[in-house]
Write a protein that binds this ligand. Structure first.
Ligand SMILES: C[S@@+](CC[C@H](N)C(=O)[O-])C[C@H]1O[C@@H](n2cnc3c(N)ncnc32)[C@H](O)[C@@H]1O
Length: 225
């Protein structure tokens, strides 16, 4: 996602520090971030934060961490979340600036109930496949983070990314729990919270694909995995 370089970006982010996880060590014990043991959901590549804000408002009994690697983009999300603080019944939303790769080392294993990948960059060139957030190297990170029965939820406008993600899921032995080629016409349409990209693509008539997958329980892996 591109945004213009923010003037005073660092100060603007600092002004939102109440919502920012600045000490990455805190991720090793996320129960201290929210001070309770509600289910933890993680959005990777949150962009400008519409989904994270909407979900935190809609599901007050869930804690949300929204991660974004571009600090100027996260600044927009943070400021949005600060403005909408009163719309949240509970203090259940935090942001993290960084690349998903750090989660491997930084985040407590088996601590996450749900991971969202919304409109992740498709990286269409074959040589860039490893950068896709559904590449097997990232899936192995998510495998560690998710609790048993935890779910990974993907939505995208992009046919190429959707197809390659399904291939990677199969390669890593993930089970498809639910899948659609048209999210907005599906039985999940009502509970869906739109992202900025989603609103933009669907206003242009692009259909949104989605898949929910889970990792096999330890000891129940298939031969592919
Ligand atoms: C195409 S945008 C979609 C933004 C938002 N999810 C939406 O649907 O409106 C993808 C976002 O993912 C972020 N991103 C890409 N790779 C990432 C990574 N490895 N770790 C964290 N964020 C990443 C990008 O910086 C960008 O903001």
């Amino acid at each position: 996602m591109r945004v213009r370089k923010k003037k005073n970006g660092a100060q603007r982010i600092e002004a939102c520090s109440a919502l920012l996880i600045s000490d990455k060590e805190a991720l090793s014990s996320p129960e201290n971030i929210f001070d309770d043991s509600a289910p933890l959901h993680l959005e990777i590549g949150c962009g400008k934060g519409n989904f994270a804000c909407g979900m935190a408002e809609k599901y007050p009994d869930v804690n949300f961490i929204a991660m974004e690697k571009v600090s100027d983009v996260c600044c927009v999300a943070l400021e949005k979340a600060m403005k909408r603080a009163e719309d949240r019944e509970r203090d259940n939303l935090r942001f993290l600036i960084g690349d998903a790769k750090i989660l491997d080392e930084a985040m407590k294993p088996n601590s996450v109930d749900c991971i969202y990948l919304n409109f992740s960059d498709p990286w269409p060139k074959k040589g860039h496949a490893k950068r896709r957030l559904t590449h097997s190297s990232f899936l192995e990170i998510y495998r560690k983070l998710l609790r048993e029965d935890g779910i990974l939820k993907l939505k995208t406008d992009n046919d190429g990314l959707f197809a390659s993600s399904l291939e990677q899921f199969e390669l890593c032995g993930l089970e498809i729990v639910w899948k659609t080629e048209n999210l907005h016409e599906s039985e999940m349409a009502e509970e869906n919270v739109m992202t900025e990209y989603e609103a933009n693509f669907s206003s242009k008539g692009v259909t949104i694909k989605s898949a929910w997958v889970k990792f096999p329980k330890v000891g129940e892996e298939t031969e592919n995995a």
